[in-house]
Design a protein around this ligand. Structure first.
Ligand SMILES: Nc1ncnc2c1ncn2[C@@H]1O[C@H](COP(=O)(O)OP(=O)(O)O)[C@@H](O)[C@H]1O
Ligand SMILES: N[C@@H](CCOP(=O)(O)O)C(=O)O
Length: 324
């Protein structure tokens, strides 16, 4: 039996919600932008699970399989389920660059945990899965934040809450909004980009951030587009991360001249996103990024809409395997 699963790329923070907002992405051209994972039961007498890595960004992953998040998730999943499970063969199609700001590690964590739970006929609840994903992703970046895990798992624009019962809420979204995301081909390690942030933020800055986030969310619920667009400002992380992305200021200036409403850092960067309200803006944003932001052959730019489905089964050969 072999099943192939998929989880989408995501934009963490969405400028206005540090560690609090995340958007799942789906390219408008119908392609997939995210990791795929094939899971198959290993031959009967196998004593070890195996991982094969393929895909455009395989060269950016650790060379040792045991360092890959896929096998780390499998170990943690087995421990949590605490029932005998067969050895497995995994094939990871790594289509998201590592340290890019597109939620690459969260994407692999989500596709693996979601896939394993589906493969074994759902021994874990949605909440147990979300907690498992959060714990593993937190181990990578140095602190637990769900703003990539929640959208990659559940789809849509997700708002993180302090509630243990409902840690993530799907927000409304303007159906005519799209984003152009551009990865220049260089790497920013998320854990490092969190270390540049101060331990405390001044009260006026915090109040402004609260006003912005509340206005953005309110704008989405009340379909007040101007309120939502005008609230898109990052007062928390961007001032400290801007030096890591020297081209941000000039690209933002050019984007504004083209009538593009907002250009921000996706996650911890270096990917940037342009929020567009029509296809002409998206075409111009794509051109701007391709001409002025790409630095090498790893670079990529995609025009995306929201992915409302999140993690899912792509291909199945047989019915799920129940745990005895
Ligand atoms: N399958 C995987 N996908 C992404 N990163 C992985 C994977 N397996 C191991 N890693 C490691 O996890 C870390 C992810 O770094 P990070 O900067 O958090 O990436 P991102 O911001 O893209 O999620 C890197 O050290 C990378 O080598
Ligand atoms: N909220 C996090 C998001 C990190 O996203 P990534 O895609 O860069 O891993 C942060 O800003 O640190």
């Amino acid at each position: 039996m072999e099943k192939t699963y998929y989880a989408p790329a995501s934009i963490g923070n969405f400028s206005v919600g540090f560690d609090t907002l995340g958007l799942a992405l789906s390219p408008v051209n119908g392609e997939l932008l995210g990791d795929r994972l094939a899971i198959a039961t290993a031959a009967k007498h196998s004593t070890k699970s195996k991982l094969v890595v393929a895909g455009r960004y395989r060269h950016q992953l650790p060379t040792k399989s045991q360092d890959n998040l896929v096998l780390r998730c499998w170990t943690a999943f087995r421990r949590l389920v605490a029932k005998p499970l067969p050895e497995l063969n995994f094939t990871l199609q790594k289509e998201l660059p590592v340290g890019s700001g597109l939620g690459s590690s969260a994407c692999s964590v989500v596709v693996t945990c979601y896939g394993l739970n589906h493969f074994f006929a759902e021994p874990l609840t949605t909440m147990e899965l979300l907690n498992l994903m959060a714990e593993i992703e937190g181990g990578v970046s140095g602190s637990v934040h769900l703003d990539n895990v929640a959208p990659a798992f559940l789809g849509g624009m997700q708002l993180m809450t302090p509630s243990l019962d409902e840690p993530a809420l799907k927000l409304p979204w303007f159906s005519h909004w799209s984003v152009v995301v551009s990865y220049p081909g260089t790497v920013i390690n998320t854990a490092m980009a969190r270390q540049v942030l101060p331990a405390t933020i001044a009260l006026p800055t915090t109040v402004r951030a609260a006003k912005n986030l509340a206005s953005f969310v309110s704008g989405l619920y009340t379909e007040n587009e101007a309120l939502a667009l005008n609230a898109l400002e990052d007062t928390i992380a961007e001032p400290y991360r801007q030096p890591l992305i020297p081209k941000l200021a000039s690209l933002r200036e050019q984007a504004h001249r083209l009538g593009i409403h907002h250009l921000g850092i996706s996650g911890a960067g270096p990917t940037l996103f342009a929020l567009c309200t029509d296809d002409e803006q998206a075409r111009q944003a794509q051109q701007l990024f391709e001409n002025h932001y790409h630095t090498n052959a790893d670079a990529m730019t995609h025009h995306c809409r929201v992915d409302l489905s999140g993690a899912r089964l792509l291909v199945s050969e047989e019915a799920p395997n129940a745990i005895s």
